[in-house]
Design a protein around this ligand. Structure first.
Ligand SMILES: [Zn+2]
Ligand SMILES: [Zn+2]
Length: 766
C-alpha cells in the first residue's frame, strides 16, 4: 500500500500556513515528527511531517503526488503525542496547524544530536591504571573531566579526544560513558545557571522572610490536616488507577492547597513520573518555584512566555534530557515536553489568565485535560472559587470533587461589611468614599497600619446607573448591561447590537441622578489625596506598571511601608501577602458586576472573595469593606458571607434560564479593518454567509443562534475598527462545522478582502 506524508512546509514562514501531501518512497522510513526535504514550486524546501497516512484527501485523487526527497532526522524531532496535541489544538480553537504547532513546540528550529554522558569519573587510582593500559581511553576521559559538565556533544567529544569509533565503543562497553540522543536548539548560546526567571522582588522578600511560599509560613510542620490527607489519598488512588481523571479540589483560601500539591508531586516523582504545576501569573512563578525547590531541589524548573529565548531553549533541553521533572509555570507551561508526565495541577483554575487571548486561543485547562487523556494521567484543578464550568461538571458527576472547608491553623476568614452607596448619596455624601470607609482609613493611619483599595481594571466600558436606587440599564434581549458610548451618546448591547438613548430620569424611581458610571484609579487616587492630604498613597494599575519592573517596585515600596494606602486594580489581588494590611476596601463592586458580559457576576464573586482573602493573613485581624449600589445582589452578598455553594446554585439557575454557558457554547468572530464602513459591510456579509449555512446544514430551530453583528466593547483599537458576531449553540462540534463553512463562504466573497477574522471558542471576556 502506498503511504503519504502530510508535510508542513517551511514552518518558520507563517505565510505558507498550509500542509501538503508527498509520497513516501518505499525504502525511506519516514515518521511523524521528522523533518524532510520536499519540492515546492520548483524549490527544495524543508518541512515537518505532521501525519503519515495511506489515504489521500479526495480532492488530490487525480493530482500527481511528488515524492519526499530526503529525510533530515534519524528520528522524530517532536514526540508523536505532541503532534497529535497540535492537531487537536488547531481543530478545537479553529486555527491553522502551523500556528498550533508553534505553540505546542516553540523550538521548531532545532535538531536531535548525540551526546556523551560520563558514567564514571577519574580517580587517582584509575588514572594510573588507565594511562598505562589504555592511553586512548585516558585521553578521552580527561576531555570529559576538563569539560566539567555532565554531558558533551558527541562530535565535539570525538574531535577533542581525537579517538576512533572503536575506542568510543570500547569506552561505552567498559561503562565509562554512555551515548544519549538530545534535543538541541539551533543558534543556542550558553545560559548561566541560576538566572532563569529570577524575580528581584520575590528574592528580596524571601531574604526578609526566609524562603517560604504564600501558604507556608515559617514554623509550619508538614503534618497534614485530616482534610488535606484525605485529598492526597484520593488523588493518589486515581493516579494509581492508570486511566485519565480530572479532579476539582475546592478549598477555601488558606486551607493549604499547596501542601496537597507538594505531597502529590512527591508521590509522582517517587513513582518515576513527572509533573506540571501551573499558576495564573508569571509574577507568581518564581515565588512558588522557590518553595518547591526547597522540597525537590534542582529537579524543578520555571517555564513561561516571559523567559528570554535562550533561557526557554535551555529549559526545554533540560526537560527533554530528563534533568528537570517538575515544571512550574504560567499558561504556556502546559505544553512542557516532560517525558513521563503523570500529573498536571492548575492552581486558581478559575483565573481568566489561563485563557490565551491570541491565536491559538486555547484554555490551559482544556489542554491539560487533553494531555492527560493522551497519557492517562490526572488533572487537578485547585480553587477557592471554582469556575462555574468546573463546579457544574463536578455536580453532574463528569469530574470528581474534593473539598477542604477549613483554614489551616488559627487564622479565620475576615469579616466583610457591605456599604450601600445609595444611602450615602441620600445622606448628602457625594464622595466616592463612604463615611464608614473614610473613618476606617483614618483609624488605620493612626495605628500605623496599611490599607488596600481596589477598583476594577482601568475601565474602557462604562454603563448607566441610578445613584439613588441602583438601577442599571441592561439589554432587553440578552440581560447584559448596555455600554455607554460618549460619541453618539447612545447605549449599546455588545452581543445583539440593541441600541437606545440613555434615560433622563430613572425608569424605576424617577431620580435625576441616573448617569454613566466609571471611575479610573487616577481619579480615585486624587480624591483620596484630597480627603487625606498628609497621607502617602501609591497607585498600581496598568498606567503605572507598563513595565514589570515598575510593578515590582511599587509593591516593594508598599511592603516597606513607604505608603499607608495602595490604590489599584485587581492585579494586586493575587499572590503576595502584606502582613501590615488590616483593611481592604472595594471602592465600587458595581464596576465588575456591570461589565457587559454574562460572566460579570461570576467575576465579581471571585474577585471579592480573592480581595477579601488579602486582609488579615497574619496575626493582626483584618476587615473588608465593599461599597456598592447593588447591596442585595447575590454575587456580592454571597461573597461577603464566603458562601461559594449558595452563589453557585443561584448563578447556575440564571445561566440555564438565559441559555448561557455551561448550558451552551459561544463562538465569537471578531472582524478587524482600518476603515469603519468596510468592517461593518464585512460583518453584515459574514452574517449573511452564516445564515445561509443554517439552511444548508438543515439545523433545527433554536439549535444555532446568531447574535449581532455588533461593535466590540473596544470598538477601535490600534487603528482598527472592531465588530463582532457571536454564535450560540448547545453542540460544540456543530458550532465549529457551522462556523468553518460560513467563514469559507465569506472568504470567497468580495467583502472579505482586507478583513482580519479572529475566532474564539467560549471567550472569557466580551
Ligand atoms: Zn433609580
Ligand atoms: Zn442584547
Amino acid at each position: 500500500m502506498l503511504s503519504y506524508a502530510e508535510v508542513l512546509v517551511d514552518v518558520a514562514n507563517r505565510r505558507l500556513d498550509q500542509s501538503y501531501h508527498y509520497l513516501i518512497p518505499e525504502l525511506l522510513d519516514v515518521k511523524i515528527g521528522m523533518r524532510v526535504l520536499v519540492s515546492l514550486q520548483n524549490r527544495k524546501v524543508q518541512g515537518l511531517v505532521v501525519n503519515v497516512t495511506n489515504e489521500l484527501p479526495y480532492e488530490l485523487a487525480l493530482v500527481t503526488i511528488k515524492p519526499v526527497l530526503e529525510r533530515m532526522d534519524k528520528d522524530s524531532l517532536i514526540p508523536p503525542d505532541l503532534i497529535e496535541l497540535a492537531h487537536w489544538l488547531a481543530q478545537t480553537t479553529i486555527c491553522s496547524i502551523a500556528q498550533s504547532l508553534h505553540t505546542v513546540w516553540p523550538l521548531l528550529n532545532g535538531k536531535v544530536e548525540e551526546w556523551v554522558i560520563p558514567l564514571a569519573s577519574l580517580k587517582d587510582a584509575d588514572v594510573q591504571t588507565l594511562q598505562w593500559l589504555d592511553p586512548d581511553a585516558f585521553r578521552a576521559m580527561n576531555v570529559i573531566n576538563r569539560a566539567r559538565s555532565k554531558a558533551i556533544a558527541l562530535n565535539t567529544f570525538i574531535k577533542r579526544a581525537d579517538i576512533s569509533g572503536t575506542t568510543l565503543e570500547k569506552l561505552i562497553q567498559q561503562g565509562w560513558i554512555k551515548k544519549e540522543a538530545r534535543f538541541v536548539s539551533i543558534g543556542k548560546g550558553a545560559v548561566k545557571k541560576g538566572t532563569l526567571g529570577e524575580d528581584p522582588l520575590v528574592k528580596s522578600l524571601n531574604q526578609e522572610n526566609g524562603a517560604n511560599g504564600p501558604e507556608n509560613r515559617t514554623g509550619r510542620t508538614y503534618e497534614l490536616t485530616r482534610e488535606q490527607a484525605t485529598a492526597v489519598k484520593s488523588v493518589v488512588a486515581s493516579l494509581e488507577e492508570g486511566s485519565s481523571h480530572t479532579i476539582l479540589l475546592h478549598g477555601v483560601t488558606g486551607s493549604g492547597k499547596t501542601d496537597v500539591y507538594r505531597d502529590l508531586i512527591a508521590h509522582v516523582i517517587a513513582q518515576g513520573g513527572d509533573a506540571i504545576l501551573l499558576v495564573p501569573e508569571i509574577s507568581l512563578t518564581s515565588q512558588v518555584a522557590r518553595y518547591f525547590e526547597t522540597q525537590f531541589g534542582d529537579q524543578v524548573i520555571i517555564l513561561h512566555s516571559g523567559l528570554r529565548p535562550r533561557e526557554k531553549m535551555k529549559a526545554w533541553e533540560d526537560i527533554l534530557a530528563g534533568d528537570k521533572r517538575i515544571v512550574i509555570g504560567a499558561r504556556s507551561a502546559v505544553f512542557a515536553p516532560l517525558l513521563n508526565l503523570r500529573l498536571i495541577i492548575l492552581d486558581e483554575e478559575h483565573d481568566g489568565a489561563y485563557k490565551q487571548d491570541e491565536n491559538p486561543k486555547y484554555h490551559a485547562r482544556d489542554v491539560a485535560r487533553k494531555r492527560m487523556e493522551q497519557l492517562k494521567g490526572v488533572v487537578l484543578l485547585g480553587s477557592a472559587t471554582p469556575s462555574l464550568e468546573a463546579y457544574a461538571a463536578a455536580q453532574s458527576g463528569k469530574i470528581r470533587m474534593l473539598t477542604m472547608t477549613r483554614r489551616i491553623g488559627e487564622s479565620t476568614l475576615p469579616p466583610v461589611e457591605i456599604v450601600d452607596m445609595r444611602e450615602e448619596l441620600i445622606g448628602g455624601n457625594r464622595s466616592v468614599f463612604s463615611l464608614l470607609l473614610q473613618q476606617k482609613l483614618r483609624e488605620r493611619i493612626e495605628r500605623g497600619e496599611q490599607a488596600m483599595l481596589f477598583l476594577n481594571r482601568r475601565g474602557y466600558s462604562t454603563f448607566v446607573a441610578c445613584r439613588e436606587c441602583g438601577y442599571v440599564v441592561s439589554c432587553p434581549n440578552c440581560d447584559i448591561t448596555l455600554t455607554y458610548h460618549s460619541q453618539g451618546q447612545a447605549m449599546r448591547c455588545h452581543y445583539c447590537n440593541h441600541t437606545e438613548l440613555p434615560p433622563l430620569t430613572c425608569p424605576k424611581c424617577a431620580s435625576r441622578y441616573i448617569r454613566f458610571f466609571g471611575q479610573g484609579t487616577q481619579r480615585v487616587e486624587e480624591e483620596l489625596q484630597g480627603l487625606l492630604p498628609e497621607v502617602s498613597i501609591l497607585r498600581l494599575d496598568f498606567d503605572t506598571t507598563r513595565s514589570g519592573e515598575a510593578h515590582r517596585t511599587i509593591l516593594a515600596r508598599f511592603r516597606r511601608q513607604e505608603a499607608s494606602i495602595l490604590v489599584g486594580t485587581q492585579m494586586m489581588a493575587k499572590g503576595l501577602d502584606f502582613p501590615n494590611v488590616t483593611l481592604v476596601g472595594v471602592v465600587a463592586a458595581d464596576q465588575t458586576l456591570n461589565m457587559p458580559d454574562f460572566r460579570a457576576r461570576e467575576r465579581t464573586f471571585q474577585l471579592l472573595t480573592q480581595v477579601a482573602g488579602r486582609a488579615g493573613r497574619s496575626t493582626k485581624p483584618g476587615e473588608v469593606i465593599i461599597q456598592t449600589y447593588s447591596p442585595t445582589d447575590g454575587a456580592i452578598l454571597r461573597a461577603a458571607q464566603h458562601d461559594y455553594q449558595g452563589f453557585f446554585w443561584e448563578e447556575i439557575r440564571y445561566r440555564k434560564e438565559r441559555n448561557y454557558p455551561p448550558y451552551t457554547h459561544i463562538v465569537r468572530v471578531l472582524l478587524l479593518h482600518e476603515k469603519e464602513d468596510r468592517v461593518i459591510k464585512g460583518a453584515n456579509d459574514l452574517e449573511a454567509c452564516l445564515k445561509q449555512g443554517i439552511q444548508d446544514l438543515k439545523f433545527r430551530k433554536n439549535e444555532i443562534d446568531i447574535l449581532g453583528p455588533a461593535p466590540a466593547v473596544l470598538t477601535r483599537l490600534k487603528n482598527q475598527w472592531r465588530w463582532q458576531i457571536s454564535v450560540k449553540g448547545r453542540r460544540l462540534d456543530l458550532l465549529r462545522a457551522f462556523l468553518h463553512q460560513g467563514v469559507q463562504r465569506f472568504y470567497k466573497g468580495p467583502a472579505s478582502s482586507g478583513i482580519i477574522l479572529n475566532i474564539e471558542v467560549d471567550p472569557l471576556s466580551s
